[in-house]
Design a protein around this ligand. Structure first.
Ligand code: AMP
Length: 578
């Protein structure tokens, strides 16, 4: 295959690594940014999560600064707002650079220093770090930036929102004057623009145009299910159970994902085939024949592989994650609702894709309805409904004479109604084919940004609601008491920064903050309270260890388990309560 990545200027070994990852062709941001970064220029990229931005900076920087060099002092530094993103970027870099022997160190708050120091000492090419922890290492002398040749600020707007402005400035001042910089941000508020002005040299400003296909999207219902990343496959299975498509095309981004989905759905009892660039023509033809003959419920495909296919009877287009470009989305959904038939588009997505979902709504000029993932009960009800339909079909066909004798025997001993119900239960059990009994937890709600996602999010700090000690916390949130307040110079950014950096909690899961003279109250998502308490107890605020515990009000309402775990302050200090 002539490789589209090689055409962008990447070398064969890197292209090979991408083939192993199942990438078939570059996304728009990759097409735009890779040649520029390969040429050594700076980039200011406006791109959200899910557009393929990690590879857009990762591939060219690995090619330019890592390939052919032994590991030693880091030569590429990537700064990310959260631990979660830090780990994801590390994983991506390891995949991109595996054929060139890349060494990557994740550096984030909440993990012991010793391990990170050992990693750094062993020698690396790339450090991916959250700003607070990176600065700690710099100050301890354990992170040496003197060999840095390229810096990436990933999700820069998010880093500022989390209160990392000062850390960023401090880190930037430690870098050698000659280095390449790439700044990626979903939005470009004034504060980002001023960082870009001060730190980028004649950057190429890359924005992926959104309006090219406006208005061309077909008018079909679109809905989306939002779930945490680990639950996407389980959610997809349930959605398909309930939707029972006649023929669906499910799009995924990589070959590996296509194989994974195909496997999971097959074991759930669907007749499903995979379609991707790794298949030969004969296999593709076979898949298409089966689909046309009505022998398939589902084709799972990459966009490249699906390009040539022409099917009239597709009832559902399913996006397993939103595609990297909006044009691709419009192409995908154009595969259903053909020739006046009905069709619908279903998206299974992660909460962090909300911003791009809103962009989809703009480009298709239609609302995408957010639905709840079918519960275990919904799936069971649907299965019973199927059994009912099957049984009623057999009843109307009348082809069950040979079974009457069994019913007669059973009815001598049992109630006829019970006999029928037991037979239905048996069919239900046999057709179940899965022991998927666990509920899928609801995903965090959308965090609304300013209009069009472009608005400045507060001039310097997040616009958070003030917490009020005498009011209960927001639903779904737990209020924590932190034993440091105004008298220590604590500001909301310090609290958000500490939680984000040390516990790796995204800003959207941090709620209202109230700073009093000697303490601070901060609300975090219920499910994160334990992690946040653990992480903050390990760290310092303004250079001091602080008391951190459930707020008293929260203690009353917290569940028994959490209560037993955190009831003791464990810090031995007298009450700083109010
Ligand atoms: P990112 O926007 O960097 O968070 O990437 C989003 C997802 O898209 C990741 O799961 C990547 O593995 C995947 N991805 C990035 N580039 C490509 C590509 N060219 N082809 C297929 N998948 C990709």
């Amino acid at each position: 295959m002539t490789n589209a990545f090689v055409e962008l200027g990447l070398s064969e070994p890197i292209a090979r690594a991408l083939a192993d990852l199942g990438y078939e062709e570059p996304t728009p941001i990759q097409k735009a940014a890779i040649p520029v970064l390969l040429s050594g220029r700076d980039v200011l990229g406006q791109a959200a999560t899910g557009t393929g931005k990690t590879a857009a900076f990762g591939l060219p920087l690995i090619e330019r600064h890592v390939a052919g060099r032994p590991a030693g002092l880091p030569c590429v530094l990537v700064l990310t707002p959260t631990r979660e993103l830090c780990l994801q970027v590390c994983e991506s870099f390891l995949g991109f650079g595996k054929t060139v022997g890349i060494e990557v160190a994740p550096i984030y708050g909440g993990q012991e220093y010793g391990r990170q120091i050992r990693l750094l000492k062993r020698g690396v090419h790339v450090v991916v770090a959250t700003p607070g922890r990176a600065l700690d290492h710099i100050r301890r002398g354990t992170l040496d930036l003197s060999a840095i040749r390229a810096l990436v600020l990933d999700e820069a707007d998010e880093m500022l929102d989390m209160g990392f402005a000062e850390e960023l400035e401090a880190i930037l001042s430690e870098l050698p004057p000659e280095h390449q910089t790439a700044l990626f941000s979903a939005t470009l508020p004034a504060r980002i623009q001023s960082i870009a002005q001060a730190h980028l040299r004649d950057p190429e400003h890359i924005v992926i145009a959104r309006s090219a296909t406006q208005g061309e999207a077909p008018r079909i219902p679109q809905h989306a299910y939002v779930v945490g990343r680990p639950y996407r496959l389980a959610a997809l299975g349930r959605i398909l159970d309930v939707e029972s498509p006649e023929l669906a095309i499910c799009f995924a981004r990589t070959r590996l994902e296509v194989d994974e989905i195909t496997e999971a759905l097959r074991s759930r009892g669907f007749t499903v085939e995979a379609l991707h660039g790794g298949l030969d023509q004969a296999s593709r033809d076979r898949v298409m024949r089966r689909a046309r003959a009505g022998q398939l419920e589902l084709i799972v495909a990459t966009d490249v592989a699906a390009r040539g296919i022409d099917l009239e009877n597709v009832t559902h287009v399913i996006n397993f994650g939103l595609p990297a470009s909006l044009e691709t989305y419009v192409h995908r959904i154009g595969r259903t609702g053909r020739a006046g038939r009905s069709g619908c588009a279903v998206t299974v997505m992660e909460p962090r894709e909300y911003g791009r979902l809103r962009a989809v709504e703009r480009i298709t000029r239609a609302k995408v309805e957010i639905r709840s993932v079918p519960s275990v009960t919904d799936v069971r009800a649907k299965r019973l409904e199927n059994v009912r339909a099957l049984v009623s079909e057999i009843l109307s066909e009348g082809d069950f004479e040979r079974c009457r004798v069994v019913v007669e025997q059973l009815c001598e001993e049992f109630d006829p109604f019970d006999v029928a119900a037991a037979a239905i239960a048996l069919v239900d059990k046999l057709s179940g084919g899965t022991d998927d009994e666990d509920e899928i937890p609801p995903a965090p709600a959308e965090r609304r940004r300013g209009a069009e996602g472009q608005a400045l999010r507060g001039a310097g700090r997040p616009g958070r609601r003030e917490a009020r000690a005498h009011e209960p916390p927001e639903p779904g949130m737990t209020r924590l008491f932190v034993g440091a307040g105004r008298s220590l110079g604590i500001r909301p950014g310090d609290i958000v920064g500490a939680i984000a950096n040390e516990a790796g909690i995204p800003a959207r899961e941090i709620g209202a903050i109230e700073i009093a003279e000697r303490f601070t109250l901060v609300e975090v998502a219920n499910s994160r309270a334990g992690e946040v308490i653990d992480a903050l107890r390990e760290t310092t605020l303004k250079g001091r260890p602080v008391t951190v515990r459930l707020d008293r009000g929260a203690r009353k309402s917290a569940d028994a388990e959490r209560r037993s775990r955190f009831d003791e302050d464990g810090d031995g200090r007298p009450g700083e309560d109010f």
